[in-house]
Design a protein around this ligand. Structure first.
Ligand code: GN1
Ligand code: MG
Length: 368
């Protein structure tokens, strides 16, 4: 694929110097494109949207426009009292004037601005980093809380509805190819037992929603640590990227997803299972940052479910990876055989570490 030809379809001044892969996303293909004129340089993020997952790529692009425009207008109003300059990616239009380019093979591409002087990390760098990540997520929830959810399309129906993943997993288990994979690997066998013992856990949040104890709000959907940008110059959180899954959901999904990601200092790609643990210091720092921005809009009912959300999302992600392993790696990108199996083992180990520290985590949550 001629990446330079794709990049040149977007309205950036100058000529292309290079287009290089960037980031470690499991779904879309992401590149950094550098354009130069004799006087300046412009960098842009170029992304090929995974159409197997996002069936309607026009929707995720349009959602991104709506969310960023709304957030910009709120940030503009509030900029005076702020302790930092918040940043968000913005779509860069194609030369055709549309917000995307469709290549001759039918792939959908979009380009967006790079968050200036900021870095995202695959793993927590320490409590200060966790505090900033919490602040960023709390701020994001606040920003989108004033956006009418009806303005957004559901880009991925059923995303984060854990009982649905459980049903999908159980349907996969019945397939002969999955049975063979399960039989061949003692590790896979152990994971299936792990899941069986926790079947009822899958309903923790969705049944609270059905009973009316929790309500749907706009969420990010994927606030893992490497989607959170930290300002290189100030060390403060400056924004959150990857807005593909912004949609109505339970903020608990975001809270749990951010914590399962940032509190595992070994990172989700680690090969040594013994290094996986849920770190309470990082958890405390994240909650402090999150609550500093979000405390006001959390109800008592919301707060009562926060522990469940942490445990549940680690379980859910493990289940998603494991189901994908059994199905033959059809959803998440893999870099080696057994990659999804290993990712699942990491999340289940983390889930166990969360369960072992339930009392301490609940105590922490009650302090803020
Ligand atoms: C996927 O592609 P990426 O890294 O942004 C996934 C998330 C998972 C994450 C785990 C749309 O996100 O739900 O938590 O991998 N995104 C989608 O690393 O399924
Ligand atoms: Mg994502």
């Amino acid at each position: 694929m001629d990446l330079n030809a794709v990049a040149s379809q977007f309205s950036c001044p100058g000529r292309i110097v290079a287009v290089e892969p960037i980031g470690s996303g499991n779904v879309n293909d992401t590149y950094l494109a550098v354009f130069r004129t004799p006087y300046s340089e412009r960098r842009a993020i170029l992304q090929k949207i995974n159409r197997k997952i996002f069936k309607n790529p026009a929707w995720i692009i349009e959602n991104m426009r709506v969310v960023t425009e709304h957030a910009y207008s709120v940030l503009e109003r509030e900029s005076k009292g702020e302790d930092r300059i918040w940043q968000l990616p913005r779509l860069i239009p194609a030369r055709s004037g549309r917000n995307r380019y469709i290549d001759p093979a039918g792939n959908w591409w979009r380009a967006m601005t790079v968050i200036a002087s900021a870095t995202s990390y695959d793993r927590a760098q320490g409590p200060r980093h966790a505090l900033e990540a919490g602040t960023v997520l709390g701020q994001f929830h606040r920003l989108v809380s004033s956006l009418d959810p009806a303005r957004l399309r559901d880009t991925l129906p059923g995303f984060h509805v854990t009982p649905r993943y459980l049903r999908k997993y159980e349907a996969t288990l019945k397939k002969p190819a999955a049975k063979t994979r399960l039989k061949k690997s003692p590790q896979a066998g152990r994971l299936s037992v792990f899941i069986k013992r926790r079947r009822s856990l899958a309903h923790a949040l969705e049944s609270a929603l059905k009973r009316g104890e929790l309500k749907l709000r706009l969420i990010h959907g994927d606030p893992k640590v490497n989607n959170i940008m930290i300002d290189d110059l100030t060390g403060k959180g400056t924004g959150i990227v990857d807005l593909d899954t912004v949609k109505p959901g339970l903020i608990h999904y975001d809270f749990g997803d951010a914590l399962r990601s940032i509190c595992n200092p070994a990172g989700e790609e680690v090969l040594q299972l013994k290094d996986v643990r849920f770190d309470l210091k990082l958890c405390e720092a994240f909650i402090e940052g999150y609550m500093s921005r979000a405390r006001k809009f959390l109800t008592l009912q919301d707060r009562e479910r926060l522990y469940d959300s942490i445990r549940l999302i680690a379980f859910e992600l493990g289940l998603r990876f494991f189901q994908d392993f059994l199905a033959g790696d059809v959803y998440f990108k893999v870099r080696y055989p057994g990659h999804n199996l290993n990712r699942a083992r990491v999340q289940f180990r983390l889930c166990q570490s969360i369960e072992n520290q339930e009392r301490e985590i609940r105590r922490l949550l009650a302090r803020f």
